[in-house]
Ligand binder design. Structure first.
Ligand SMILES: *Cc1c(COP(=O)(O)O)cnc(C)c1O
Length: 234
């Protein structure tokens, strides 16, 4: 086994163990938390090592980088997630490549995804991104806008809203992150019973390398982890 492969396997095992421990602390089975590996810092060779180590759900934040990686790694059984801002003029190239778009931040973007999915005869799972930190530079619906957005996208038959995604503020401490994650869970719990027909907000995508344990304790079902998987490699 190469040094790279050994390092990646060690990192993956460590992250999985931390996820399992946090889930157990929260009284949940570890398998209720999905790990998505964010590969934006590394090239295709390192991604290959990660897939060989057993991770299949991977993400990019920039659509262009997702296109490039998907092309370079087309021989691998990767489920790609788009997790950063998706411009509407990039929807047509992105939708065919992804298993999920986690960063739907406008009704117009949702409509564009739905249209391309309809043309391709598929139904694309998505999450609505919510700006839980209130930082102006962050994308996402304001928490107060999410209920109306759910109503507006409910009629889009080629898009399946599976839940909400949020990122903690960059400047804050862990306890600020915890409060923001709890607010996203509360929003989900409040909207779940009043959701339009056909929408179930089962997924809460929250938590990155610095704060995933806190996110899991607050109800995350999907963590998006980059740097912690590449320690020693970057
Ligand atoms: C980069 C990125 C991540 C992963 O960040 P790390 O701190 O490296 O784990 C998660 N989500 C999004 C949207 C990102 O852009």
């Amino acid at each position: 086994m190469s040094d790279l492969q050994r390092m990646i396997e060690g990192n993956l095992a460590r992250v999985r163990a931390s996820i399992a421990a946090a889930a157990t602390r929260a009284g949940r089975p570890p398998e209720t938390v999905k790990l998505v590996g964010v590969t934006k810092y590394v090239g295709p060779e390192v991604v290959r090592a990660l897939v060989a180590a057993g991770l299949r759900d991977l993400a990019e934040s920039r659509p262009q980088q997702l296109w490039e990686k998907a092309a370079a790694l087309a021989d691998l059984p990767i489920r790609w997630h788009q997790v950063g801002h998706l411009q509407r003029n990039k929807v047509r190239r992105t939708v065919p490549l992804v298993a999920m778009v986690e960063s739907v931040d406008s009704v117009r973007l949702a409509a564009a995804i739905d249209q391309v999915a309809a043309e391709r005869g598929r139904r694309v799972p998505v999450l609505l991104e919510v700006n839980i930190s209130g930082e102006a530079a962050k994308h996402g619906f304001a928490p107060s806008e999410v209920e109306a957005a759910l109503g507006a996208v409910a009629g889009l038959g080629h898009m399946e809203v599976r839940g909400l995604m949020g990122m903690a503020g960059l400047e804050g401490h862990l306890e600020d992150a915890r409060r923001q994650f709890a607010s996203l869970r509360d929003l989900r719990d409040r909207l779940q019973p009043v959701c339009p027909n056909g929408i179930a907000l089962a997924e809460l995508s929250m938590g990155m390398s610095a704060d995933f344990e806190v996110a899991i304790e607050e109800g995350s079902t999907l963590v998006r982890i980059g740097s912690a998987l590449f320690e020693g490699v970057l």
